[in-house]
Design a protein around this ligand. Structure first.
Ligand SMILES: N[C@@H](CCC(=O)N[C@@H](CS)C(=O)NCC(=O)O)C(=O)O
Length: 216
């Protein structure tokens, strides 16, 4: 396997956690520096025409893309431990929680959106931060309200780690990057802290990757 990655990429963080949970280690991790726009260079565009991370090449390729799709692929090809529950309703809830993060919140905060706000709409840094914190807080509010359900256990869905927890962990790392106050969201914080104590999560953390600063 070959993983195209960058330390700060939250979507790649999700895939790294899934790989670690499955006991898989890519033979090659290729750094694509998002701060330098390397994702838009022809070489990477040939790997992932969307010009975003992550991309995962398994065997002959072509590259797999989109973190949720990659995680489900890994779950189907390496079923142990499962990252989705057996029960259809529980599975729908897990996917729903994961999608709050990966489909509705994270896309509003990615570099290409922040760059558009800066260069095209000419929004200054404090205004851009207000944008980012607003969408973070919306997602945290939706997650926290859902997590008050009795289906929540040690993790988002009972006591088994699922892709919902992986996405929650990425939201928690993003909240730190953007200095978002998470204290109004105790279930979210509790699960994020429980996840970070698991080696597969801890090793995958953005700040543990090559090129990462000591803190943000
Ligand atoms: N929905 C995608 C998100 C992909 C994405 O936007 N990735 C970010 C890094 S986390 C990226 O590469 N952004 C490059 C850019 O915005 O130019 C997924 O979950 O894989």
């Amino acid at each position: 396997m070959k993983l195209f990655s960058f330390w700060r990429s939250l979507a790649t963080f999700r895939v790294r956690i899934a790989l670690n949970l499955k006991g898989l280690a890519p033979e090659e991790v290729i750094n694509v520096d998002l701060t330098k726009g390397v994702q838009r260079e022809a070489k990477y565009r040939a790997v992932n025409p969307q010009m975003v991370l992550p991309a995962l090449v398994d065997g002959e390729g072509p590259a797999l893309f989109q973190s949720l799709a990659i995680m489900e692929y890994l779950d189907e090809t390496h079923p142990r431990p499962p990252l989705l529950p057996q029960d259809a309703r529980a599975r729908a809830r897990v996917r729903g929680l994961a999608q709050i993060v990966a489909c509705d919140s994270h896309p509003l905060l990615v570099p290409r959106v922040r760059e558009y706000l800066e260069h095209e709409l000419k929004l200054d840094e404090p205004t851009r931060m207000t944008w980012c914190r607003h969408w973070h807080t919306q997602a945290l509010t939706a997650l926290e309200t859902n997590l008050k359900s009795k289906e929540t256990g040690r993790f988002c869905q009972g006591d088994q780690v699922t892709i919902a927890d992986i996405c929650l962990a990425s939201q928690a790392a993003g909240a730190k990057f953007f200095n978002v106050d998470t204290t109004p969201f105790p279930n979210f914080v509790r699960i994020a802290e429980t996840c970070q104590k698991i080696d597969a999560f801890a090793r995958a953390h953005p700040l543990k990757q090559p090129g990462a600063p000591a803190s943000v």
